[in-house]
Design a protein around this ligand. Structure first.
Ligand code: CA
Length: 343
């Protein structure tokens, strides 16, 4: 189990700095099915109309620039260092259930969470974890401590992108919500289908800052984002309008017109996870996107609706977290980029 020898110390370190929910196979045990689809006040929000002659529908142009990547809130955001990013196009919103459904309908693609579990790679799993499924967040009534994340994360057989809370749940009425339970391979397959790529961490962070060069100094919990208000994981006031996920477009976009870069779902990047930045050169962070053996972790960005001040202040552009490549979770989605000429 080469991968476990690598991951266990890494996760142990990350948990000491209160990393929330980089769900790993190793800490999951058998758990009953739960329904994590939260009630919502709006099933669709109003994304502004695009220009009729927009060269790439649903995307915005992110201009080239240089900026200081990273921050100092958590160790993994360091060292900070200047990087340069070429201009690129980026989806203005997280990929929705409707968009992903169109991809699946056209290609017959089967997501990793729907496939048999690779028992050769993951030995010693409980009977439930040997079944196809995904990791689902469920708000507990009370917890004993903040250390055992199994109190709110559970592996649910039959959970997948079509059944986000388990086999008895569905996407009915949730077409405009971000797709979840997609792994790196799933996201990459979607991106390639439409001729796009997944963003690098540097691209994502530059875009999340609105292509502004100043350092990431904003550490307060943002109001215009779907995050967690209250004491995680037992109390969420829903002051931002949503207890669970929100459809795209419910919060103000950033300066570039990008929605939900912070919060709602974490977003996959193409960068292989390292628990620190490597010298400030973004190209050092990136390995070939085709490298997806299931034996590595990818860097995810932006935080999610589960990020709370008392547990995970990762509702920031520089925040980052590892994600096992072959494990689907209910707070992770993605958006795509296109390396094409400026408008
Ligand atoms: Ca997001």
């Amino acid at each position: 189990m080469k991968s476990r020898r690598i991951k266990l110390p890494l996760i142990a370190v990350l948990l000491t700095v209160a990393v929330a929910a980089a769900a790993g196979w190793w800490w999951l045990k058998h758990q009953p099915e739960v329904n994590a689809v939260s009630p919502t006040s709006n099933l669709a929000c109003s994304l502004p109309a695009e220009k009729g002659n927009a060269p790439h529908a649903g995307m915005v142009w992110v201009p080239a620039g240089s900026f200081v990547l990273g921050d100092t809130v958590y160790p993994e955001e360091q060292p900070v260092g200047k990087v340069q990013v070429a201009g690129f196009w980026m989806d203005r919103s997280e990929v929705s259930n409707d968009a992903f459904a169109a991809f699946v309908k056209a290609t017959g693609y089967v997501t990793v969470a729907e496939r048999p579990v690779n028992l050769a790679m993951h030995t010693g799993l409980t009977p439930d974890m040997q079944k196809p499924g995904a990791v689902v967040f469920s708000m507990p009534d009370k917890i004993n401590n903040n250390d055992d994340i199994r109190q709110w994360w559970r592996y649910v057989p039959g959970a997948d992108w079509r059944h986000p809370g388990g086999p008895s749940t569905s996407l009915e009425g949730h077409g405009a919500f971000p797709v979840v339970h997609v792994t790196y391979a799933d996201a990459l397959a979607y991106a390639k289908w439409i001729g796009h790529m997944l963003p690098t961490e540097a691209q994502w962070e530059w875009a999340a800052r609105g292509a502004q060069a100043q350092a990431a100094s904003e550490h307060a919990q943002p109001m215009q984002a779907n995050t967690w208000q209250g004491l995680f994981p037992v109390a969420n006031s829903g002051d931002d309008g949503y207890i669970g996920l929100a459809p795209s477009g419910c919060y103000a976009p950033n300066a570039l017109g990008l929605f939900d870069m912070i919060g709602n779902v974490w977003e996959l990047t193409s960068d292989v996870w390292m628990p620190f930045h490597q010298g400030g050169n973004a190209s050092h962070d990136q390995l070939p996107p085709e490298l997806h053996s299931g034996d590595v972790q990818r860097t995810i960005k932006g935080g999610s609706y589960l990020c709370a001040p008392n547990y995970c202040m990762r509702y920031r552009s520089a925040a980052r977290q590892p994600q096992d490549e072959d494990l689907a979770v209910s707070h992770l989605g993605f958006r795509t980029v296109l390396n094409a000429p400026a408008p």
